[in-house]
Design a protein around this ligand. Structure first.
Ligand SMILES: [Zn+2]
Length: 265
């Protein structure tokens, strides 16, 4: 019988030790975390979309130019995501959110998919909107969650008759206010940054400011990123392999004892 693949990583224990005393742990996940589940990244190869730049499809201008093309792309992505399964790293985050005692864990993502929700994370803050939301392209504010078949996308807005558009945050658009406020007001004292190389300000400032303030920032990424230089510990490798091992340590009795001692001291 095969054992679980052992993750040999010298920095795992130091990373767990730095995060263990945190009371308000912010988990930020980006494209790399979903790529591990087989979701093509924005710029990955794929079908007819190779001839279009993401900026041309995921932008208000692109939608104004050719809404049907944009919807076709989003419908395809909805199907791709629906077929994908959360990977062990995403399931590990759900465990961490539930079993990191005496601490609050806030999970925020720049991914539009619902893999973290399906992995069991109770609350996911979607900083770039959701692939499974459809909303009014006009100003009436109508929005609804949509199932995989995207039927709603073919009809006008029931509120005002304008076209409807995917609920994603597009190039050139501000991040959704309520979600941004949720992250900024969380006042994290530790940060776990996963598969994220591109964050948009002001979210991108969070890891750097935390590191400057002496708070632990642990990065998990397959490659070096702009955050590697500020990270307290940088773990190099796929989230699907590293997170189960890291969460195992963070929820282990040894680390729990250390947390308790820190709390008492
Ligand atoms: Zn409307």
């Amino acid at each position: 019988m095969d054992a679980l693949p052992a993750v040999k990583h010298d920095a795992l224990t130091p990373a767990a030790e730095r995060l263990a005393p945190c009371r308000r742990l912010l988990v930020l996940t980006g494209a790399g975390a979903s790529a591990d589940a087989g979701i093509p990244t924005f710029r990955g190869p794929g079908g007819v979309w190779r001839s279009h730049r993401p900026e041309d499809l995921a932008s208000p201008e692109g939608f104004a130019r050719n809404p049907e093309l944009v919807w076709e792309w989003y419908r395809e992505r909805r199907v791709q995501v629906a077929r994908a399964q959360p990977h062990p790293g995403q399931r590990a985050l759900a465990l961490l959110a539930r079993h990191f005692p005496a601490a609050e864990v806030l999970v925020a993502t720049t991914n539009e998919d619902d893999l973290l929700e399906r992995a069991g994370v109770a609350e996911v803050v979607h900083l770039h909107g959701s692939l499974f939301a459809t909303r009014c392209a006009g100003a009436c504010g109508w929005e609804q969650a949509e199932d995989r078949d995207s039927e709603r996308s073919r009809r006008p807005c029931p509120g005002c008759g304008a076209a409807v558009r995917p609920g994603s945050t597009w190039y050139g658009e501000p991040l959704p206010e309520a979600e941004l406020e949720r992250v900024l007001s969380f006042r994290a004292d530790g940060c776990l940054l996963i598969g994220s190389s591109v964050l948009v300000a002001p979210v991108s400032n969070i890891p750097a400011e935390m590191a400057l303030a002496g708070l632990p920032v642990v990065e998990v990424n397959c490659a070096e990123t702009p955050f590697t230089s500020v990270a307290t510990v940088s773990l190099r490798g796929p989230a699907r392999d590293i997170l189960p091992a890291l969460v195992d340590l963070l929820t282990s009795p040894t680390v729990r004892d250390q947390r308790r001692r820190t709390a008492e001291g």
